[in-house]
Design a protein. Structure first.
Length: 311
């Protein structure tokens, strides 16, 4: 196997499909005047009209942070996969690393439109997300009727519940930092917080042990910074796609990790009861190992679900 570049520490031992088993193509599309960029993965051989999986990274991440391994496996299994960077991240326009929830959902919408113009792909549409991007695809699936399947890996279902579990001190600090940045950035006095930090930091992710696991997914050639404007925290605290699960008609997989310190598996199982066509899989994994040490088990569950959902 030829090593891919860039590489991240968490995936050094992954078995990747042979490069000749899939093709890649650079793609770009507009989101409110900005350009989002990504990669389209296409199955090799004579696969006719493959379903399209539209996918994007999780909270504060770039698409190189372990996600190509997922897209490659989808392509190897006969699916097309469009993996893109959100605005302000990676290869897409902007580098502020602002987590703007409405803009990120709009990017998914534009990516879906772009996927619909792929000549080598079929009409079946799969929305895929992990962590925060899982929240986006669940929200979109509640609004759209052209979605044939949804995959939410370690899904962020209730930002308020996560923030509340961190305690009142976190809520106060996050709210104050976010408001100061919301006002100050307009006059050049904005402030940032870490994307992932320690338990005592005012960061977007603060759970014990998560910083090292997140950083191990960062691609070695990335210019990513462990920071986001503090105003990003304001939207995250109030983001609650769990309230819209009963509006989703498409077959939906929620994949939870029993060792996930951010999104506990029990809450995911409870949420799955609200899905009319839901499948909940719980496996030994944490929030980030589904892209690393526990990748094989996680991708196996996803491919099995898609085979059943799209048959």
């Amino acid at each position: 196997m030829t090593r891919r570049n860039p590489v991240n520490r968490a995936q050094r031992r992954l078995a990747r499909p042979a490069r000749e088993r899939f093709a890649t193509r650079a793609v770009a599309f507009d989101v409110d005047g900005a350009t989002c960029r990504g990669t389209l993965y296409l199955p090799g051989g004579d696969a006719a009209d493959p379903p399209v999986v539209v996918m994007a990274p999780g909270l504060g991440a770039e698409r190189t942070f372990g996600y190509p391994a997922v897209a490659e496996r989808f392509a190897d299994a006969g699916y097309a996969a469009l993996l893109f960077d959100h605005p302000e991240f990676g290869d897409s326009d902007g580098d502020s690393q602002t987590v703007d929830l409405a803009r990120q959902r709009a990017a998914y919408e534009s990516a879906i439109d772009r996927a619909g113009r792929v000549d080598d792909a079929g009409d079946d549409l799969v929305l895929w997300g992990a962590s925060l991007s899982a929240a986006h695809v669940l929200s979109l699936a509640a609004e759209r009727r052209d979605v044939d399947a949804v995959v939410g890996v370690v899904p962020m279902l209730d930002g308020r519940a996560i923030a509340t579990r961190r305690g009142g001190r976190y809520l106060v600090r996050a709210g104050a930092a976010g408001l100061r940045d919301l006002i100050g950035h307009r006059v050049g006095r904005g402030r940032t917080v870490p994307v992932v930090g320690g338990t005592e930091e005012c960061a977007a992710i603060t759970e014990p042990g998560t910083k090292r696991k997140y950083i191990d997914l960062v691609a070695r050639e990335s210019a990513w910074r462990n920071e986001t404007p503090a105003r990003s925290l304001l939207g995250l605290v109030g983001y609650r796609p769990v309230t819209r699960l009963d509006e989703i008609d498409a077959p939906t997989l929620l994949l939870a990790g029993t060792d996930d310190g951010i999104v506990d598996a029990e809450s995911v199982a409870d949420a799955g009861e609200r899905l009319s066509r839901g499948t909940v899989v719980t496996m030994p994994a944490d929030h980030f190992s589904v892209l690393g040490d526990d990748f094989e088990g996680a991708i196996g569950h996803q491919l099995s679900f898609l085979r059943d959902a799209l048959e």
